[in-house]
Design a protein around this ligand. Structure first.
Ligand code: TXA
Ligand code: MG
Length: 312
């Protein structure tokens, strides 16, 4: 298949209207989009990524009115999250309308909805004119792509179009919140922190401490975000043993690591993590050491991604 790389949102939207796949930039990571009303387009996502069909897709919208097309029985607290965080790096899981294909929801009665906060994504979604189902635009299991070149590396020849943008600002995926129970549950830690969410709905908590979490969040069952190199989590550089190594952390330059990224803040750590994994793979690094960070704020999402990447 020929893959067109373009900066034109109009060209990209035309591929969507022809029920083809388009990778597009967002503030979190690049997405791989398909027309939500075309089952043939939706099926192509799972083939292009090698994604298990029981892992549901997030639907991306350009304006708030599209929510009513996709979901119903929206609770008061879900509406409060929408008012506070749309557009932004938050995905809400809501009761799905029956007419929306179960390919999107992987058979669940719910649907994940997000409104990206990114000028190119917003223009593209407007021009598509329909909600766009989009997982991250990587091969299944690989780190999410934060640049169009990373999308090209994984999916060139497998999709019709890549819409070019800059490196994703946030660098980690959205926070996924289940809004189908009496109180909200965080299914996936992400760019919006629990402290920010708690200001809107104080009763929110992490689902991982609850038995239902795995049933509610199919994505958490799979191996994720893994570069070819082995990931080792360390407290400090003193624990770095190998020479053909990469190192990413908040402090201390290494004398031995071939590739290193010292980040000035937790935001920079999140922004750089997946791009660093991919850069290390291209250099043939065999072990990537990731410095542990405090599990608060954005540190919760960073530790979640590093821990999953380290799980073989
Ligand atoms: O930032 C993001 O969320 C990016 C950009 C492209 O928007 N998208 C993304 O999609 O990370 P993906 O498919 O890689 O991850 C979606 C996660 C998965 O863990 C999936 O299981 C969960 O969201 N999810 C989607 N719909 C769901 C639903 N109805 N119920 C529970 N979890 C759902
Ligand atoms: Mg993904």
């Amino acid at each position: 298949m020929e893959t067109i790389i373009t900066q034109s949102t109009r060209t990209a939207a035309q591929y969507i209207q022809q029920n083809e796949l388009v990778a597009f930039p967002t503030e979190t990571v690049y997405g791989l989009g398909a027309n939500i009303f075309s089952e043939s387009a939706l099926k192509k996502i799972f083939i292009a990524k090698g994604r298990p069909s029981d892992n549901p897709l997030i639907v991306h919208i350009a304006d708030l009115q599209q929510i009513e097309l996709l979901a119903h029985n929206i609770s008061e607290y879900a509406r409060a999250f929408i008012a506070a965080f749309f557009p932004g790096a938050l995905t809400l899981v809501l009761p799905k309308r029956k007419n929306i294909s179960s390919i999107v929801s992987a058979g669940l009665p719910t649907i994940g909805i997000r409104m990206p906060h990114h000028p190119i994504a917003e223009k593209f979604l407007h021009e598509c004119g329909v909600p766009i189902a989009a997982p991250s635009a990587n091969l299944s299991g690989k780190p999410s792509p934060t640049t169009w070149q990373a999308v090209q590396y994984d999916l060139f020849g497998r999709i019709s179009c890549i819409l070019k943008g800059k490196q994703s600002r946030v660098g980690l995926e959205s926070t996924v919140v289940d809004c189908t129970e009496t109180t909200p549950l965080i299914l996936r830690a992400g760019a919006i922190t629990i402290d920010e969410l708690r200001k809107i709905v104080p009763s929110i908590h992490f689902a991982s401490k609850h038995a239902k979490a795995n049933l509610k969040s199919p994505g958490t069952r799979y191996r994720h975000y893994s570069p070819r190199a082995t990931i080792v989590i360390v407290d400090s550089l003193l624990d770095v043993k190998k020479e053909n190594a990469g190192y990413i952390g908040l402090k201390e330059k290494s004398k031995t690591a071939a590739m290193q990224k010292i980040c000035g803040s937790i935001e920079e750590y999140a922004h750089s993590l997946f791009a660093f994994f991919r850069a290390c793979d291209q250099e043939g690094v065999s072990t990537i050491y990731c410095q542990r960070v405090d599990e608060r704020g954005l540190g919760i999402a960073v530790m979640d991604r590093i821990t999953r990447a380290a799980t073989k």
